[in-house]
Design a protein around this ligand. Structure first.
Ligand SMILES: C[S@@+](CC[C@H](N)C(=O)[O-])C[C@H]1O[C@@H](n2cnc3c(N)ncnc32)[C@H](O)[C@@H]1O
Length: 229
């Protein structure tokens, strides 16, 4: 999906209001102190998270389905992270069960048809005291943009950005369904965050800041493995 516009997106995400001043501070905040942790960056994109996690002292492995993104991520992390091309619809066969302290899945869950299978696989690779931190589109944002019933569950084809021809296909679904999938995959919600834009955004991107102060674009979670019955 992203392969066709991977280079443009990589430049955009470095400094964009929604990525640099909103999503990354929220998700990295939920991740907490990662020093010394084994972190799996699922759907790593151009490596902006991987680089930050490394800088904060984590050991990072990860993957993305886009070869261009993985190339960019490897260059950004200068060989310090083990990143590879992999479709997350398939199992992470090279990652042993219970080997990761933290998994990060930023802004990608909504692209998967079988989200429970992906979440279950991420649960498998976590240690019993591990956590999955993820962000996804806030269901209210999708409803305001797309209209119709808030409760509709469907895959929608549109452009990632109204100003650009960046075609994507992503799921809209209500909060109840998002949380039910976490539970089905064996996770409990440790923390739910409706992020607020960081204060620096007000100066750099005043319009986006004002918008995000009244309507959340993304929602983020810290999930922990539910005890096995
Ligand atoms: C919005 S980007 C987020 C990238 C990165 N997590 C970040 O926040 O900077 C969504 C990412 O999901 C990846 N993705 C989508 N479908 C995927 C799949 N089936 N397997 C692996 N990665 C996938 C895309 O290639 C893209 O890198």
């Amino acid at each position: 999906m992203y392969e066709r516009f991977a280079h443009e997106y990589a430049i955009h995400a470095e400094d964009s209001p929604y990525n640099a001043f909103y999503d990354r501070p929220a998700v990295l905040g939920l991740a907490g102190d990662v020093s010394g942790l084994a972190v799996f960056d699922a759907a790593c994109g151009p490596g902006l998270y991987a680089a930050e996690l490394l800088n904060r002292g984590a050991r990072v492995t990860g993957c993305d389905v886009s070869p261009t993104f993985v190339e960019l991520a490897l260059a950004r992390t200068e060989g310090r992270a083990d990143l590879r091309v992999h479709d997350l619809s398939e199992p992470l066969t090279w990652i042993p069960g219970g080997s990761c302290d933290l998994a990060v899945l930023a802004l990608a869950l909504h692209y998967f048809d079988d989200r429970v299978a992906l979440l279950s696989e991420l649960r498998r690779i976590l240690t019993p005291r591990g956590a999955l931190v993820l962000s996804t589109e806030h269901p209210t944002m999708g409803w305001v943009r797309l209209g119709g019933s808030y409760f509709r569950e469907e895959a929608v084809e549109e452009s990632l950005s109204p100003e650009r021809d960046w075609p994507i296909r992503a799921w809209r679904r209500p909060l109840t369904s998002i949380c039910a999938e976490f539970r089905e995959a064996g996770f409990l919600i440790d923390e739910l965050l409706e992020p607020r834009p960081v204060p620096e955004m007000a100066e750099r991107y005043p319009e986006d800041h004002a918008h995000l102060e009244v309507l959340p674009a993304f929602i983020a979670f810290r999930l922990i493995p539910a005890p096995r019955p």
